[in-house]
Write a protein that binds this ligand. Structure first.
Ligand SMILES: Nc1ncnc2c1ncn2[C@@H]1O[C@H](COP(=O)(O)OP(=O)(O)OP(=O)(O)O)[C@@H](O)[C@H]1O
Ligand SMILES: [Mg+2]
Length: 365
């Protein structure tokens, strides 16, 4: 009935206003954040297809531009790119393929303006045979140029699965987000993705060191002599000497990732995030950081073919679903990191971190 619609509309307006006004936006530390956001790179991955990696990349990007940030989103899904369609660029005049094949030298020229002000997109390259598995030299060239993009934030949208290219993109970015949906298969995939990434990292960090690699490979086998947790792997490294053991511990510590749960329909959906963190803790000795959740919203599902228009007029949806809050969390994280770097870890800062962790645990239910 018409009055129900009007009522919902008014409630919608109220929600969007109250959410955005309560968001910890830039007001308190605008300049410092401006500095620290420059060229920050985040990779968005997660193993399973269809969990919303591309949507999350796009919507976080759009949310950040509403705060005056210049953002480039990169379609790093070399096997099934779709960011161009999502941003309304049906026939991109240039793509990542042109850069990777050396037809265009300047990566800035491959970054296309989207209909959203300050949001550019580098479209994917799946139309080129063999591009889904670029060689090491091609990847290295791409990584080096991506770092130099003139943007405040660069977001890499990764493909599904655990191809070497996807893993390398994920490991290359200094900041990472795993996206999962509230299903058991997604949890398994997200865990498998984190495990495979960690193994790839360890294999690279110990490349050429056969004694260490032999032990690392035992973590990745179904044989009888398998080592089933990273904690036991560290223990097993004792026999190779203190130095190697410490190197292994540092290598594991460097592998950090954030976690986002997408398409949440009810409160208990976020609990799967807690399960992933617990399993990753126990088996991989890593501690993924829960960054937040995104609500399932029919309006987004329906608008998938006209995202470009949708993005321009969708402040309400972005705040309602949680993308603004998520983007603000990234900003605060970057700011916090920079503070740590500037002043070293003080006792006071540590207590703030513990408090935030408690809040995260509460949010996970
Ligand atoms: N929060 C949400 N609410 C409603 N629909 C959503 C939400 N997030 C994603 N979707 C829908 O889910 C589908 C898959 O999203 P998306 O393409 O972002 O997934 P993906 O993880 O990038 O998939 P792939 O691995 O194939 O690249 C889309 O149709 C999208 O509209
Ligand atoms: Mg995608």
């Amino acid at each position: 009935m018409w009055f129900v619609k009007v009522f919902k509309y008014i409630i919608g307006l109220f929600r969007s206003r109250s959410k955005s006004s309560s968001s910890p936006v830039y007001a308190d530390v605008p300049q410092a954040i401006d500095e620290q956001l420059r060229s920050q790179m985040w990779a968005v991955g997660g193993g399973k297809g269809g969990v919303g990696k591309s949507i999350t990349t796009l919507m976080i990007g759009a949310s950040l531009t509403r705060w005056g940030k210049k953002v480039v989103i990169v379609d790093a899904d070399l096997g099934g790119s779709n960011l161009n369609m999502l941003t309304g660029i049906n026939h991109p005049p240039v793509t990542l393929a042109d850069f990777m094949q050396g037809k265009i030298d300047d990566i800035e020229k491959v970054a296309l303006q989207t209909p959203v002000k300050d949001l550019k997109v580098i479209c994917g390259a799946d139309d080129i045979l063999g591009m889904a598995n670029p060689g090491t030299a091609q990847k290295a060239r791409l990584f080096n140029h991506l770092k130099k993009l003139k943007a405040d934030v660069i977001l890499l949208d990764l493909g599904a699965g655990t191809s070497y290219t996807t893993l390398d993109f994920f490991l290359f970015a200094p900041n990472r987000i795993i996206v999962m949906s509230p299903e058991t298969t997604s949890l398994q995939n997200a865990y498998g993705f984190a495990k495979t990434c960690l193994l790839r990292k360890l294999t690279r960090d110990f490349s050429g060191d056969n004694g260490s690699l032999e032990l690392i490979n035992r973590f990745n086998t179904a044989n009888e002599d398998r080592i089933d947790t990273i904690a036991k792997l560290i223990e097993a490294f004792s026999r190779l000497g203190e130095e190697k053991k410490n190197k292994l511990s540092s290598s594991i510590k460097e592998f950090n990732t954030g976690l986002v749960i997408n398409m949440v329909k009810e409160n208990k959906d976020t609990k799967l995030g807690r399960s992933l963190i617990a399993v990753a803790n126990e088996y991989l000795s890593i501690n993924p950081e829960y960054l937040g959740f995104i609500e399932y919203d029919k309006r987004l599902d329906r608008s998938i073919n006209k995202m470009a228009e949708f993005l321009k007029d969708s402040t309400t949806v972005m705040t309602d679903m949680g993308f603004y809050d998520l983007a603000s969390k990234l900003v605060r994280k970057i700011y916090k990191e920079s503070k740590k770097l500037q002043s070293g870890e003080t006792g006071k800062q540590k207590s703030v971190e513990v408090k935030e962790k408690d809040e995260t645990n509460q949010a996970l239910g």
